[in-house]
Design a protein around this ligand. Sequence first.
Ligand code: 5RP
Length: 219
Amino acid sequence: MTQDELKQLVARAAVDEVVEGEILGVGTGSTVDFFIDALKASGKSIPACVSSSVRSTKKLEALGYRVLDLNEVESIGVYVDGADEINADFAMIKGGGGALTREKIVASAARRFVCIADASKKVDVLGAFALPVEVIPMALGVVARALRALGGDPRERDFTTDNGNRILDVHGLRITDPKALEDQINAIPGVVTVGLFARRGADVLLLGTPQGVVRTARG
Ligand code: 5RP
């Protein structure tokens, strides 16, 4: 099976995690795009969504979903999103699509985070995928120096986020303590968000494998 076929498989399975009548949190990326299509095809009824990016908002609205600002919402039931890497503790690297800050905010408001990923995303140690860090533009230099001091090799992405900021992709990290590194990078002045989702990791992982979807819930 191709990677896209595996993404479609988990995207379809994720529809079963959606609770009808509850506000749904929607992440960003190609796996999430497949999920939005599968949700529409299922006919499941949700009152509204909260989206983590302009890209997902446009897709949801084009399909007729109501998209609310997070400030209009008391709580979100389920948040469905992809990942660039996920480890055995359900800590993730996210931000390959550049939406990490809004993803982290929407995830923080959700009762349950359902991660949808093809099998290539499951890793023993996070870091082979360059770690995205969203940075206030005037701080790119100081943040890059601080990231180098932590052992990384930050490279600026040719991309501006939905929040008007820039992304440094940090290569060369072997992340053995994701929570500690998340705290360390978040503490650097000028960092908006680090794409390490360890403090608030996933609660459920749907992993698309050639043998089918494997569902695991965090113990
Ligand atoms: C976007 C993300 C995505 O969830 C992550 O990059 C995975 O993307 P895809 O589903 O396209 O493989 O964090 O910021």
